[in-house]
Design a binder for this molecule. Structure first.
Ligand code: NI
Length: 173
């Protein structure tokens, strides 16, 4: 079990920018492991440090389908940086563990290449398209204090925020 609790809107930590890490050591690996566990428990496919109240540039993802008995395929990133994005765009419905039970279409570059430090602290690159591309861009946004609802009209954004408040009041979260 992990000790992390997922922070939800409108907590201000979700609007803050996380700072770069100096490298990946055992304590950061511990954080990555705990974040993965928190994400699996939720369940979700991606989680950024801000969402558990930590302001370092760390994110975890796993797009494997557990209900299909697929092997886990965790991806851990420290200091992720987008080094290429396609001109072609992609629209996909996104949700977020910090904005529970809400979803909306978000348009992003279809393909991105990301440079990062992996679980072992080695420099690595990932080229992503489809769901993985949306997921990694969504998680990197978190590290910059940006949420998927920030891409929506203020009308839609406020509607979603109100719905989450209502769920919280009814103790449904
Ligand atoms: Ni999210």
């Amino acid at each position: 079990m992990s000790d992390y609790k997922i922070i939800t809107v409108p907590d201000p930590v979700l609007k803050q920018t996380a700072h770069a890490v100096s490298g990946v050591d055992d304590s950061l690996r511990k954080q990555m492991d705990a974040m993965l566990q928190t994400m699996y428990d939720a369940p979700g496919i991606g989680l950024a440090a801000n969402q558990v109240g930590l302001l370092n540039r760390v994110l975890v993802m796993d797009l494997s389908r557990r209900d299909d008995d697929e092997e886990p395929n965790p991806i851990c990133m420290a200091n992720p940086e987008i080094i290429y994005e396609s001109e072609q765009m992609s629209v996909m419905e996104e949700g977020c563990l910090s904005i529970p039970r809400q979803a909306a279409d978000v348009e992003r570059p279809a393909i991105v290449r990301v440079k990062y430090l992996d679980y072992n602290g080695k420099e690595a690159e990932l080229e992503a398209e489809g769901l993985l591309s949306h997921c990694v861009q969504h998680e990197i946004d978190h590290l910059n204090g940006v949420l998927f609802i920030d891409y929506l009209s203020s009308l839609k954004r406020n509607m979603i925020l109100k719905r989450v408040q209502k769920l919280k009041k009814q103790s449904l979260l």
